[in-house]
Design a protein around this ligand. Structure first.
Ligand code: GMT
Length: 380
């Protein structure tokens, strides 16, 4: 098939999922056209089936807010027509789904039928989408998409709860490339960070309030009072300055390293003993899946779709949001010599259930189903 993919080209989970999906589809022989405002972060290599179309945003002194959504819709129209795409798959409802609906209507007026699949990722529903400033447009564009998927059961339920949705939402969970995310021998790295055999705890996120990085730091402090440990914080975002201050205040600054945004996060995960994800909201928790694929057990909250991934008592533990006391006790349990190896093995076994090799055919089948429904309704 010839597939157009629209996403945020940044480090965020939805952009990563969209890019990895496109790469996987291209490897299987599909022609994949990314339509984004800059080159997606992980699209940094050549493949004959991968194409990138940049959305040009024309500025003008009158525009206080340049109309990105219109530029995106126009680009979609252009790419669908000239590349003769079979389907558009947009990731993250705002503003990609509404731009796709607009593009679809423009193309229809020219006698071109284009099926649209929208994938909901989380904050486009739970945080931003349900805000009255966006809700009517999100509802309309979900209802006018030809196919809608959500990355977890919990997100599907949340979408039905907060929006008046008339169509079926299919759950297709996020996935992982187990060839990229696997435990590698990085002993020298571990030695440099944990020279005296300390346990290594890792957290990766975009450092937004919703990630509760405060809890990460407080859990780490309590754990390190019993077990010598180090904390690596990967990623960057608005809370980082505050977290650095908190580490100083708690007297643990020397045990914590801030690594910023990393391309090869799997190298850090390869030497980790435990991953922390105490999030307030998380539709899926892709960062936890990346950790599990590298054999790292997860101590997390039970928010959103996390329990669909992190199995309590098996691949780690889940607790109520903010219960740092319980998360600390669970972390110590997992880190004990007696249990750590079992939890590591279980984490990897669970991650294998989300292998891209298993999930990709589900998307392919869904695309075919949606395309044939749309084309047969249009009598084509
Ligand atoms: O976690 C974020 O704040 C980034 C956000 C995004 O849109 O990129 O992540 C969301 O989508 C990911 C990929 O589907 C999910 O793994 C994350 O759980 C989800 N984040 C939230 O729901 C807060």
């Amino acid at each position: 098939m010839k597939i157009g993919i629209v996403c945020y080209p940044t480090f965020g989970g939805s952009g990563v999922v969209a890019t990895e999906l496109g790469k996987g589809l291209a490897k299987k022989g599909h022609e994949v056209h990314f339509i984004t405002y800059s080159q997606p972060t992980r699209l940094d290599f050549f493949n004959e089936n991968l194409f990138y179309h940049e959305v040009n945003i024309r500025s003008y002194p009158l525009f206080k807010y340049p109309p990105y959504e219109l530029a995106l819709a126009s680009k979609m129209v252009d790419v669908v027509k000239f590349e003769k795409l079979d389907l558009l798959h947009v990731h993250y409802a705002i503003p990609h789904a509404s731009a796709a609906v607009l593009a679809k209507q423009i193309l229809k007026s020219e006698g071109i039928e284009i099926p649209i699949v929208t994938t909901l990722h989380g904050t486009d529903i739970t945080l931003v989408g349900k805000d009255p400033s966006y809700e009517p447009v999100v509802t309309y564009s979900i209802n006018l998409s030809d196919g809608v998927t959500a990355v977890s059961d919990d997100l599907k339920k949340d979408t039905y709860k907060h929006f008046n949705i008339q169509r079926e939402i299919k759950v297709i969970p996020n996935f992982i490339d187990l060839e990229k995310f696997q435990r590698q021998r990085k002993d020298h790295f571990k030695m440099a960070i944990c020279p005296n055999g300390e346990k290594l705890i890792v957290h990766t996120s975009n450092f937004r309030k919703v990630k509760r990085v405060d809890d990460v730091v407080r859990i780490f402090k309590k754990v390190s009072e019993t077990v010598p440990a180090r904390l690596l914080l990967v990623g960057d975002g608005p809370e980082r300055g505050h977290i650095e201050g908190l580490c100083r205040e708690l007297g643990i600054y020397d045990e914590v390293r801030f690594l910023g945004k990393l391309e090869a996060v799997e190298e850090v995960l390869s030497v980790a003993d435990l991953f922390l994800m105490p999030s307030e909201k998380e539709s899926f928790g892709l960062a936890a899946l990346e950790a599990m694929a590298c054999q790292v057990p997860v101590i997390s909250s039970n928010a959103g779709g996390i329990p669909e991934l992190n199995i309590n008592g098996q691949t780690g533990f889940t607790s109520n949001i903010g219960n740092i006391e319980e998360m600390t006790q669970n972390a110590l349990h997992v880190l004990s010599e007696e249990h750590l190896e079992t939890f590591k093995r279980n984490a990897l076994e669970r991650a294998k259930e989300f292998d891209i090799v298993k999930i990709l055919p589900i998307y392919e089948e869904y695309y075919s189903h949606i395309a044939s429904t749309v084309f047969s309704a249009a009598g084509q």
